[in-house]
Design a protein around this ligand. Structure first.
Ligand SMILES: Cc1cc2nc3c(=O)[nH]c(=O)nc-3n(C[C@H](O)[C@H](O)[C@H](O)COP(=O)(O)OP(=O)(O)OC[C@H]3O[C@@H](n4cnc5c(N)ncnc54)[C@H](O)[C@@H]3O)c2cc1C
Length: 448
């Protein structure tokens, strides 16, 4: 059985007609490579977990990633002080041993990256890096997905856009697994009047690394989700004078209640009680532990935190110390921005203030609509599967999605296991011959 990444080797190159093929050199079209197993787009936790689950079932796969390393979202686009938001037991990938002994309950960014590296090694998942997927489209005439990839030969670059020599390859596979994540691109607000004229530093939290670079500076953080709160705390701890824009209502919960993680407690209670009751309990304890946060400009939404998570995917803030800084005035809560000025901003209440830097903690978005030529399974508006968990993992014609459940790494584990089982079934049917494939196809049609 071929290994995970050698399924697309030399002997798999299609020297197709019509000017295609020819090994990437002087042909008219891109080099074509037939991949016997699925193509997995993205080498983050979701892509790695799916490749590992497939491998455990004897199915080879080709994992592609635009960046020059695995887990690039964690390595390249997170800040140094980041820790897992959830206890490590809820962040383990399928079939893996637990985190090494001595790992704290909330593993640091570096510990989580080391865990992912070890996971990839343990399952011998060797992604093809610097492989930026530009398009993936199903070709009904041949029953294959055509995945067009810009490939960078420079391993030190940050992907196919980052230098080195580039070439284009078209991979053909029966199956495509989308694992590019809910957080593939930074999301910026649309209305940013006057930003071009602002002379200070502007960045997104995906580029923010560490607070001491801002020591002694006046910094405005735009957004009050988990990232906004954590970056504000980091800035404050490193001597920056920090203000945080709070425009929307927000649920802030203690990270732990009675020594138990709030997330773990919620998961446990939801097994026994309706979501409304669990929300009431969480809010009761939050009030007890954190006090009335509305006094500090943090208005709570009418619906409970879990109800909001279920209906919109928006995660409540799990407080790791920012609230104390807000209470004692070290982090100033300010209203929404009306417009930028040359040296700062004007808020919606008309007040103007100068800032050396403005950091947007305005979240992330999926990039699937930019490259996947399909709009039945994935929504073009938000780039997420139209079907909610637990039905968000399988589309049609061999299309799969992992890591789009809005349930973090627990959702990833579920998707990876389901996808691997489904593809493995089809894979063995295909090996058994056309009759078995047809019978299996009928079976699945009936199940839908
Ligand atoms: C700050 C932060 C903290 C989080 N903490 C937790 C936590 O504690 N627990 C938890 O369960 N979840 C957490 N999450 C949510 C989620 O689990 C992580 O975002 C996780 O990294 C998602 O894994 P993924 O593989 O789906 O996506 P990603 O890790 O984003 O990986 C996607 C990969 O796809 C690649 N890619 C994208 N587009 C292309 C393309 N066109 N071609 C080729 N490659 C492409 C990217 O380079 C990237 O490597 C957190 C998220 C954030 C932002």
């Amino acid at each position: 059985m071929p290994t995970s990444q050698d399924g697309a080797g030399e002997d798999s190159v299609l020297h197709g007609g019509g000017g295609r093929g020819g090994g990437g050199g002087g042909g008219e079209g891109p080099r074509q490579v037939w991949v016997p197993g699925p193509v997995i787009v993205g080498a983050g936790p979701s892509g790695l977990a799916t490749a590992a689950c497939l491998k455990a079932r004897g199915v080879p796969s080709l994992v592609l990633d635009r960046d020059a390393c695995v887990a690039a979202s964690w390595r390249e686009r997170t800040y140094e002080r980041l820790r897992l938001h959830l206890p490590r037991g809820f962040c383990e990938l399928p079939l893996a041993p637990p985190f090494p002994p001595g790992t704290p309950p909330y593993a640091s960014r570096n510990q989580f990256i080391a865990y992912l590296d070890a996971y990839a090694r343990a399952f011998a998942v060797e992604p093809h890096l610097g492989a930026h997927v530009r398009t993936a489209a199903y070709d009904a005439a041949i029953g294959f997905w055509r995945v067009t990839v810009d490939e960078s030969s420079s391993s030190s670059s940050s992907g196919a856009d980052g230098g080195g020599t580039a070439s284009t390859t078209e991979y053909l596979s029966r199956w495509v697994v989308v694992a590019t994540g809910e957080n593939a691109e930074s999301a910026w607000p649309e209305d940013m009047d006057g930003m071009d004229g602002y002379r200070g530093v502007v960045m997104h939290t995906s580029s923010y690394k560490r607070g001491h670079e801002f020591a002694g500076k006046k910094v405005l953080v735009v957004g009050c989700g988990n990232s906004g709160m954590e970056v504000s705390l980091d800035l404050c701890n490193n001597g920056a004078s920090t203000s945080m824009v709070v425009r929307d209502k927000v649920h802030v919960l203690p990270r732990e209640i009675l020594g138990i993680s709030t997330f773990g407690l919620s998961v446990f209670l939801l097994k026994w009680f309706p979501i409304k009751w669990v929300d009431c309990l969480l809010l009761f304890f939050s009030r007890l532990i954190l006090g009335n946060i509305e006094k500090y400009g943090l208005r709570r939404p009418k619906s409970g935190p879990l109800q909001i998570k279920c209906s919109t995917g928006k995660t409540p803030v799990l407080d790791i110390g920012s609230l104390r800084k807000i209470k004692n005035g070290e982090i100033k809560v300010v209203p929404a921005i009306n417009q930028f000025t040359e040296n700062g901003v004007e808020f919606v209440d008309g007040r103007r203030e100068e800032f050396d830097a403005i950091i947007f903690a305005t979240g992330y978005k999926s990039n699937v609509p930019s490259w996947l030529k399909e709009d039945e399974f994935f929504s073009e508006s938000d780039g997420l599967p139209r079907k909610a968990f637990p039905h968000s993992w399988r589309g049609k014609d061999g299309l799969y999605a992992t890591g789009f459940t809005r349930r973090g790494l627990l959702g990833t584990s579920y998707d990876a296991a389901m996808i691997a089982a489904d593809i493995a079934h089809r894979w063995s049917s295909a090996l058994a011959g056309p009759a078995a494939t047809a019978a299996h196809g009928d079976h699945h049609q009936r199940q839908r």
